[in-house]
Each structure stands twice: as structure tokens, then as C-alpha cells.
Ligand binder design. Sequence first.
Ligand code: SAM
Length: 161
Amino acid sequence: MPDFGLTLGDSRDLSPTELMSAAGNGQGFRIFSIDGGHTAEATEVDLQNGAGCLLEGGVLVLDDVFNMDWPGVGEGFHSFMQMQDGGDARLVPFAIAFNKVFLTHKHAHSQYLSHFLHAVPPRKVVDIFGVKVAVYEAGWITAFHSNDTFTTVSQVDAGAQ
Ligand SMILES: C[S@@+](CC[C@H](N)C(=O)[O-])C[C@H]1O[C@@H](n2cnc3c(N)ncnc32)[C@H](O)[C@@H]1O
């Protein structure tokens, strides 16, 4: 029977230790999905927290990295990738799909990539951050951006997002 927990608050105030104690097994998470604050700062903190409580070979999922409406997520993602050490425990991407990036520890990367490639053929495979990444369709986000509307100058001045 799965356990569910809800914590109200700003995710930037959390720590891996607090998250770890919220995990049902007290040891960490097999899957950690991030779709919260879309600033560079919030994204980087959420990634650090996620990385800090991910079980060995677990999967960390980050939404909106390549969504042009939310460039702060991309900035936070790239900052996080640069600040990680070069060891085998760092997180690297293995798939980009449906507006999300999927990461796992470097030592588990080839296993996940191989499973994905055999299970679902990708559109292509690219090299980024020193690893191969399967790229799948973008999904709903494509339709979203093909329906772009123009923002007026007055909306920009008013800080519309
Ligand atoms: C893009 S929505 C996604 C919500 C949910 N994942 C979904 O698909 O329905 C992002 C949510 O994160 C919340 N949020 C933004 N910054 C946050 C922060 N620093 N801490 C916690 N939540 C935050 C927003 O209020 C919003 O509800």
C-alpha cells in the first residue's frame, strides 16, 4: 500500500534531511519529480534537495527545462549541472520527453538509457553533459507553443509572465 504525505510551504526552505525523513522508508526516494518554483534559484535548490535524497540509481525528473516560457528553469538546471562534482555519483540526463528531463546517477545511466531505447524508439539520441540522451516527442507543449499569442508592451511593463 503506497504512503502519501503532503507538506505545505516553500520548497526552498526544505533540506535533504527533512525530505529523507518524509520518505516512507526513511532512506530516500526512488523517483523524485520537480515541478515547483520556475526561477533559476528555486530550480537549483529543488535539484540539490532532490539529489540529496535520491536513492542510488533512482530517477530525478525535472519539468519545463526546455520550455521557452520558463528560461529560469533552464538556467537553474545548467547551474546545477555545473556545480556537481565529476564523480560517478553525479546526476546525468538519460531521456528528454514530454517537457521533462529524466536524470539518474552516472553509474546507472547506461542501464536506464538501454531500457528506454529498447522499450520505446526515440526521435534521436544526442550527446550532452558527456552522456547520451534519448530525445522523445515533446507532447502537449508543442501544441501549446504553436498557439502563441503576442504580449503587448503595456503587459510587459506590468511584469506579465
Ligand atoms: C507549474 S505548477 C505545477 C503543479 C503540479 N506539479 C501540477 O502539475 O499540477 C508549479 C506549482 O509550484 C508552486 N510553487 C512555486 N514556487 C514554489 C516554491 N518555492 N515552493 C513550493 N511550491 C512552489 C506553484 O504555486 C504551483 O502550484
